[in-house]
Ligand binder design. Structure first.
Ligand code: NIG
Ligand code: FE
Length: 418
């Protein structure tokens, strides 16, 4: 039997525990369930008790000598960060596009000329499973090093059955091989594949009739995502694809209103998507509709920065009652980063979230956006012992000292992984 683990004397233990169940909105996003001189008791990878050091010392007095003791004196301890939106499995790299964009080309210009998502799709179609596993493992290691213990991962760099299946199978293998948890999303409708140029509706039909049923049958994904954007998929096509997925048990997500206002937020609310992503150009009506339906806004401030765009209106969304999560959007084009701490900093700087809201958005609300709030996202009895010890004294300091990795140690399911 493995030893119990006793984490003690955390200067600040941000448990994220709360009475509110489900995605947190408004004031609930500011409640971090803070404990000064905090302590955790862990057995078999699961949290058994949370409280002050004094409380747990008393409670486990007859077992203390058996435990591995971790002294977190002067340190902040938080739940492992959750990244609810990544395109982490891909082949190749696109650094030349970075330079093209700096010289004035837009993201959509590059994509329409056969670059962007299409370029990564060519690399990913050519890559073997082993190559994809190798490249992705490096990124997963980097996520862990930045305090991220659970991520979502999307397919969408195949847009043909063979490569979409390859990406999802790679995720399944990595879920078994790697300490990080990966939650899979099918995103066959990430772009219109070149084979179907000008025949978009035929591709939608193929995706609905051939791809989705197979993905569902093989249990390869939990969510179904679409890039709903002018020049990619219309709101009508997006609705058809997402409704078809719903009938097969796949929960809808939407890349919405990223480049232009296009009714994506409204559609997310209408079909009951668990989350809508990006939302840089979401309309006020769309935001209000999301607040009403409880759809989570998954905001990606690193993408906005990287595309040199104005960030989404995170402050306004919270004020209007939308539960907000944040994510890296890790992908080779619009956000090649694995740093959730940087994303938390940017959520404050470019979207005016408070440091407390930003931490909620990167932990509990992020877990809700991938339906993992009962396992991860907060430090509560019965949940996975996924947590980070930071080289800062407080969550305020973590958000204030920006652009630096303050991770001291990362624990996943009761095992020290960093
Ligand atoms: O979320 N906007 C669409 N998809 C990704 C970018 C993918 C890529 O450029 O490779 C995103 O930003
Ligand atoms: Fe994305």
């Amino acid at each position: 039997m493995t030893k119990p683990i006793w984490i003690k004397h955390a200067k600040q233990l941000a448990t994220l525990a709360s009475e509110v169940s489900g995605p947190r909105a408004k004031e609930a996003m500011s409640d971090l369930g803070l404990i000064e001189d905090g302590s955790l008791w862990i057995e078999a990878g699961i949290i058994q008790a949370v409280g002050t050091t004094e409380e747990l010392e008393k409670r486990y007095s007859d077992k203390l000598h058996l435990a591995e003791i971790i002294n977190a004196t002067d340190h902040l301890v938080t739940p492992g960060l959750v990244d609810p939106h990544t395109h982490v499995v891909y082949g190749g790299s696109r650094e030349h596009e970075f330079e093209m964009r700096l010289q004035g080309a837009t993201y959509m210009d590059i994509m329409n000329a056969g670059g962007g998502i299409h370029a990564t799709a060519r690399f990913t179609r050519e890559a073997t499973e082993t190559e994809l596993i190798e490249q992705t493992t490096r990124r997963l290691d980097s996520f862990l090093a930045h305090g991220v213990t659970t991520i979502e991962g999307k397919s969408g760099y195949g847009m043909n059955l063979e490569t979409e299946l390859k990406q999802l199978r790679v995720m399944k293998k990595l879920q078994e091989q790697h300490m990080i948890d990966i939650v899979p999303t099918f995103m066959g409708a990430h772009a219109v594949p070149p084979e179907y140029k000008g025949r978009e509706d035929e591709f939608v039909k193929h995706l609905i009739e051939d791809m989705l049923p197979l993905i569902a049958e093989e249990n390869l994904a939990e969510f179904n995502d679409v890039f709903c954007e002018k020049g990619v998929y219309t709101p009508e096509q997006s609705e058809q694809i997402l409704e078809a997925g719903k009938r097969l048990g796949l929960i809808p997500k939407i890349h919405a209103d990223e480049i232009e206002p296009y009714g994506g937020a409204e559609l997310a609310a209408k079909i009951g998507a668990i989350s809508a992503e990006h939302l840089l150009k979401a309309s006020e009506e769309g935001i209000k509709a999301m607040a009403k339906s409880g759809t989570i806004a998954c905001l990606l401030p690193a993408t906005a920065l990287y595309l040199r765009e104005e960030a989404a209106q995170g402050r306004k969304m919270i004020d209007l009652g939308v539960p907000v999560a944040i994510s890296t959007d890790c992908n080779p084009g619009s956000s090649p980063t694995t740093s959730m701490p940087l994303v938390m900093n940017l959520a404050c700087i470019s979207m005016r979230l408070t440091p407390a809201e930003s931490l909620t958005a990167a932990t509990y609300n992020a877990a809700c956006a991938i339906n993992r709030q009962n396992q991860v996202g907060s430090l509560e009895v019965g949940k996975q012992a996924d947590f980070v010890i930071w080289n800062t004294k407080s969550y305020q300091e973590l958000q204030y000292l920006f652009g630096v990795n303050h991770v001291k140690a990362v624990w996943k399911k009761g095992v020290k992984v960093v």
